[in-house]
Design a protein around this ligand. Structure first.
Ligand SMILES: [Zn+2]
Ligand SMILES: [Zn+2]
Length: 148
């Protein structure tokens, strides 16, 4: 097999996602910056976390703009909003089927993907005839670092 460098030979995650969703790719530079920053973050940042990170590359952005961009990206299905408990929403750019593992001690949020093809209806006793459109499951506990 020829060597493949995913960093250079593939379009950005956002371009892939827009292609899959068939959306207009002409996102504003701010929306693009917010998406890219989120896609590079694996820690499910809040809007404020993202604002702090984006400021280093796009100094003209305001916190209100970050909120607007997140709202736009969420409502277009490009990212997910994560509600774990009281407090600020966090955001996730991973749209593969997954649940969130939340450490109750350090607050770290990790993506957990299903072991096999996931059909929520075989795991949960849902109302008869219900059709699942998306799952929003969080599992709480202690992360490996916090159990040491
Ligand atoms: Zn996630
Ligand atoms: Zn922890």
């Amino acid at each position: 097999m020829p060597p493949v460098n995913p960093k250079t030979s593939y379009p950005s995650g956002l371009d892939c996602r827009l292609a899959v969703l068939g959306r207009d790719a002409r996102l504003t530079p701010h929306r693009r910056a917010v998406f890219q920053t989120l896609a590079e973050s694996t820690d499910h940042p809040t809007a404020l976390d993202l604002f702090t990170r984006i400021k280093t590359r796009s100094s003209d952005i305001s916190l209100a703009t970050v909120y607007n961009c997140l709202e736009h990206l969420t409502s277009n299905g490009l990212i997910k909003q994560v509600h774990l408990e009281r407090g600020q929403s966090r955001y996730c750019a991973n749209l593969h089927e997954h649940v969130h593992f939340h450490c109750e001690k350090c607050g770290k949020v990790t993506d957990a993907h299903p072991m096999a093809d996931f059909d929520p209806a075989t795991y949960w006793n849902l109302p008869k005839g219900a059709k699942v459109t998306r799952t929003d499951v969080a599992i709480h506990g202690l992360c490996p670092d916090c159990t040491k």
